[in-house]
Design a protein around this ligand. Structure first.
Ligand SMILES: *[C@@H]1O[C@H](CO)[C@@H](O)[C@H](O)[C@H]1NC(C)=O
Ligand SMILES: *[C@@H]1O[C@H](CO)[C@@H](O)[C@H](O)[C@H]1NC(C)=O
Ligand SMILES: *[C@@H]1O[C@H](CO)[C@@H](O)[C@H](O)[C@H]1NC(C)=O
Ligand SMILES: *[C@@H]1O[C@H](CO)[C@@H](O)[C@H](O)[C@H]1NC(C)=O
Ligand SMILES: *[C@@H]1O[C@H](CO)[C@@H](O)[C@H](O)[C@H]1NC(C)=O
Ligand SMILES: *[C@@H]1O[C@H](CO)[C@@H](O)[C@H](O)[C@H]1NC(C)=O
Ligand SMILES: *[C@@H]1O[C@H](CO)[C@@H](O)[C@H](O)[C@H]1NC(C)=O
Ligand SMILES: *[C@@H]1O[C@H](CO)[C@@H](O)[C@H](O)[C@H]1NC(C)=O
Ligand SMILES: *[C@@H]1O[C@H](CO)[C@@H](O)[C@H](O)[C@H]1NC(C)=O
Ligand SMILES: *[C@@H]1O[C@H](CO)[C@@H](O)[C@H](O)[C@H]1NC(C)=O
Ligand SMILES: *[C@@H]1O[C@H](CO)[C@@H](O)[C@H](O)[C@H]1NC(C)=O
Ligand SMILES: *[C@@H]1O[C@H](CO)[C@@H](O)[C@H](O)[C@H]1NC(C)=O
Ligand SMILES: [Ca+2]
Ligand SMILES: [Ca+2]
Length: 778
């Protein structure tokens, strides 16, 4: 998850207009939340004496100026260089909070027209505001909005007046700065009748949720696009849904199997959003969920002909200025590694670590998160090789990616873009020893945990324009085991298409596994955080050892890996240890991935029936969550952590695999119902998937798609998924508008809400696996 990726923004010189944060649709009734919100702090004036009513108090200038008609006027000499040789500035005792939003207003004129710079410098970090405004002889009001990349206490606001073409009298007044005021925000929860806004499979379950503050059944009707009643019945009152605090009833119209678009459900006064019934309802999303990965690619130009002109961009991080990475990337500089590892770790080589996918809303590349993401794509492919009646539809030519028509299934091509990056992160054989806990040790064959900028970059940032130093962080056992597991998986799937690459993957995997076995406790620490990236720390790598041994055994059949995996404590652990609620599995808890593959992929393992049973038991555990009387939305969640949509989807992968293994239709129906949640059958009647449904996500947190901050960049492409409700949401918009929220309502569709609305590859891979499976049920 990108939970630890507290992303931030320097919006240098960004003038922007904000979309109305209230995502209300005309003609729809709006239910206000019934929790009482504490007052929002408001937006007090940040600048002291900005109207110069108290002489020059709080301001300093060079040269000295004087107050004239309520403006501060300075005679600026000609010829001085642009910059701060001549300036007017004030310092405010105020914290500029990263990812919050500020507006600065002022009025200015100059006797000689020229451009001045308005800045909030905070060296050595980039200024949060750095913009140019054109002065003319007429006093003109200016308004500049910016969203800080960096926390800046006691920042300075500075008007840099150098660069006048001739001696000029510059006058500035009415300086005002305020934080965004969200006090008018009303959360939109959509119509009271919540459906999967994309639609339902004809031969699948069809369940909707009605929010109605009573416990009596009411009549529901299903209307076709031509308004005729197709079916009707009575709602089933469920009482209070614990996660939303809403009193709900459910509607089951599973027996309707007639294809059609534009169906709506009605009950009481409520009318649902429209939806489709079709066996192909998931087919387009199956592709779009994978195109998200193409658009996250590093090291390759994104082709307008494939992605659409609005998503075309130059290759990111190929060391074409201003990029410093990712072709010869050094290890972290000692002044930062002292903070990250409490000792001066570094290395004296550079690696070419181009390619891979940008992790999330940021542009770092993290091996453990890239590992699980590539693994889920490989699992989506491998499922079609081993499960009866499942066929790979994501064949060569099926996706709009550069490798269409190269003879290799496109889903494998997409995974390979990440796998090639993962292999490049391996410490070269024979590398000099590196510092760990005071000793110099041989880390050859281990894998660098991550690579990213040494400081946060603004929203938006085009990856080709990122000027920051990119750095390798310390190798870790967990990263090595990810490469071992994913390398082994890739070796299997690529064997028939590219035996050289298959061999290369297996070689990297066995080398990484051996290095991890030799160095079993080089852990990624939580202290390696906020230096331009997230920590992805993990204190327990027993599960990573289990996953790596399982995948290497499935690929090679070798006794050494079988011995290691059967001896691993996870092999016979309780189902609730192997598969956790609500996580299912995650980048740091991968034991379940081992069991899913040991159950699915043929091998000679002796306790195969027990492993299959373990997956079925896990599915039963999730079914109990879904069927809990207090769960009105059919979701596999009983808590809502950061990226909760991915937790639900990973749980679905387990339940769907239980169906694949057993053919038991109960698992199939449960899994399909779980998918409805992310597409709108939720307390917010909100589709978290861009372009799918009616009321879908607009403002995901991403440097690529920060349209809300700059209309020169696009909104996210169809198929991009928001992380979703987070009961511990904390970021500037969430802190303003989600105080006291019920877990399932803790979401705000705001570009700065990284804790509820970010995109991430490991969430996208969960979506891809699940919709690939759901599409196969049509
Ligand atoms: C006005 O300026 C004086 C210093 O010249 C300062 O002592 C005083 O606090 C200021 N008044 C206000 C209201 O800021
Ligand atoms: C401010 O922006 C200008 C032009 O965009 C750039 O030349 C300058 O280096 C920036 N200043 C800082 C301190 O980053
Ligand atoms: C900010 O200014 C206040 C008041 O002058 C001071 O107490 C505080 O230490 C300053 N904070 C920082 C981080 O400089
Ligand atoms: C800036 O000016 C606009 C337009 O007059 C006004 O709506 C806004 O509140 C002002 N903002 C600040 C921070 O003074
Ligand atoms: C729902 O019913 C409860 C108990 O009857 C009542 O306290 C509450 O105000 C009602 N809520 C709404 C939104 O009508
Ligand atoms: C499905 O069941 C409902 C309620 O039990 C009934 O009204 C409807 O006619 C049935 N529809 C079909 C297509 O069988
Ligand atoms: C339905 O709408 C009518 C008229 O707008 C209103 O009087 C009634 O209370 C509503 N019923 C419910 C259950 O909301
Ligand atoms: C870095 O890797 C890329 C992709 O594999 C390759 O095209 C490029 O030539 C490499 N650059 C160097 C300097 O090795
Ligand atoms: C595969 O499809 C056949 C024919 O549709 C069906 O009889 C069989 O049950 C299916 N098997 C599984 C495991 O779904
Ligand atoms: C790299 O570091 C090792 C030991 O830390 C040292 O022996 C070696 O000379 C260094 N190589 C270079 C090229 O600096
Ligand atoms: C099994 O694991 C234990 C530690 O959990 C270890 O001490 C033992 O050597 C391992 N046995 C084998 C055969 O690898
Ligand atoms: C059902 O959910 C409630 C509320 O989340 C929880 O307290 C209870 O333990 C759950 N019951 C079961 C059987 O899981
Ligand atoms: Ca292909
Ligand atoms: Ca772990």
């Amino acid at each position: 998850m990108s939970a630890l990726l507290t992303t931030v923004a320097t919006i240098a010189g960004l003038l922007c207009i904000f979309a109305d944060p209230v995502n209300a649709k005309p003609g729809q009734s709006v239910q206000a939340r019934d929790v009482t919100l504490p007052p929002i702090p408001g937006s007090p004036q940040i600048i002291t004496n900005g109207a110069f009513t108290n002489a020059t108090y709080g301001w300093e200038s060079s040269p000295t100026g004087k107050i004239q008609n309520g403006l501060y006027c300075i005679t600026v000499p000609s010829g001085s260089a642009p910059g701060n040789s001549s300036y007017l500035r004030t310092t405010y005792q105020f914290l500029e909070t990263k990812n919050d939003v500020y507006t600065v207003n002022f009025t200015a004129s100059s006797s000689v027209g020229f451009d001045i710079i308005v800045q909030t410098p905070d060296p050595p970090l980039d200024p949060n505001l750095n913009t140019t405004v054109p002065l003319t002889t007429t006093p003109h009001p200016f308004s500049v909005t910016f969203s800080p990349a960096n926390q800046a206490p006691n920042a300075t606001l500075e008007f840099d007046l150098g660069g006048a073409p001739a001696e000029a009298q510059v006058c500035i007044g009415d300086v005002s700065m305020k934080r965004i005021d969200r006090s008018g925000y009303v959360q939109f929860v959509g119509p009271a009748l919540k459906v999967n806004q994309l639609g339902y499979l004809p031969q699948g379950p069809k369940v909707a949720t009605l929010v109605a503050n009573n416990t009596k059944a009411v009549t529901w009707s299903l209307l076709s696009a031509s308004d005729s009643i197709v079916a009707s019945g009575n709602t089933t009152p469920k009482g209070m849904d614990a996660a939303s605090g809403q009193v709900v009833s459910t509607i089951d119209f599973s027996n309707v199997t007639q294809d059609g678009d534009g169906y709506v459900l009605t009950a009481g006064n409520a009318t649902s959003y429209p939806f489709t019934i079709s066996s192909t309802v998931y087919d387009t999303l199956r592709q779009d969920s994978l195109l998200f990965f193409y658009q996250q690619r590093s090291g390759i130009a994104i082709d307008a002909a494939l992605a659409g002109s609005q998503y075309a961009r130059a290759a990111g991080h190929v060391q074409v200025p201003p990029n410093q990475g990712d072709v010869q990337v050094p290890c972290q500089a000692v002044h930062d590694s002292l903070i990250a590892y409490l000792e001066p770790w570094t290395c004296n080589y550079t690696l070419n670590v181009t390619q891979g996918w940008y992790d999330a809303g940021d542009q770092g590349k993290y091996v453990v998160n890239g590992g699980i993401s590539a693994a889920q794509l490989l699992m989506e492919y491998e499922r079609t090789q081993h499960i009866a009646n499942a066929t790979n539809v994501l064949v060569d030519g099926s996706l709009r990616i550069p490798e269409r028509n190269n003879g290799v299934p496109d889903i494998l091509d997409e995974a390979r873009w990440e796998i090639e990056f993962l292999l490049k992160m391996q410490v070269p054989a024979g590398s000099p020893p590196q510092l760990f806990n005071g000793s110099m040790i041989d880390m050859s064959g281990l894998v660098h945990h991550k690579m990213h900028d040494n400081q946060w970059t603004p929203l938006p940032t085009d990856p080709s324009q990122d000027p920051k130093r990119r750095e390798l962080h310390r190798p870790s056992t967990a990263a090595a085991l990810n490469v071992a597991a994913v390398g082994a998986m890739a070796a299997r799937s690529f064997a028939t298409y590219d035996s050289a690459f298959s061999q290369q993957c297996l070689q990297a995997a066995t080398t990484a596994y051996a290095a991890a076995t030799k160095n079993p406790a080089i852990l990624a620490p939580g202290t390696d955080w906020d230096l331009g990236g997230g920590a992805y720390s993990d204190d327990d790598v027993t599960d990573e050892f289990y996953w790596a041994a399982a995948e290497l055994y499935l690929t090679t059949g070798q006794q050494q890996y079988l011995t290691d995996l059967t001896n691993n404590t996870y092999h016979t652990a309780n189902v609730s240890t192997l598969f956790t609620i609500p996580d299912g599995f995650s980048w740091g808890s991968v034991a379940a991935l081992a069991q899913l593959d040991l159950a699915t992929i043929p091998s000679n393992i002796s306790n195969h029936p027990a492993i299959v049973q373990s997956v079925l038991d896990a599915a039963d555990m999730y079914l109990a969550v879904q069927r809990n009387a207090t769960n009105g939305y059919g979701v596999f969640l009983n808590s809502y952590p950061w990226g909760s949509n991915s937790n639900n989807l990973n749980d679905i992968q387990v339940v769907a695999t239980a169906f694949d293994l057993s053919g038991n239709i109960t698992y199939r129906d449960a899994a399909l119902q779980g998918v409805d949640y992310v597409l709108g059958r939720n307390a917010l009647a909100f589709s978290y998937i861009r372009g799918y449904g009616t009321n879908y996500v607009q403002n995901v947190h991403s440097r690529l798609y920060a349209h809300e901050l700059n209309d020169q960049v696009p909104q996210a492409p169809a198929g991009a998924m928001s992380g979703g409700a987070n009961e511990d949401a904390s970021d500037p918009p969430a802190d303003d508008v989600l105080q006291g929220c019920k877990p399932q309502l803790c979401h705000v569709d705001d570009v700065n809400s990284y804790s509820t609305n970010e995109v991430a590859i490991n969430w996208g891979s969960a979506l891809a696996w699940v919709v690939g499976w759901a599409a196969s049920q049509g």
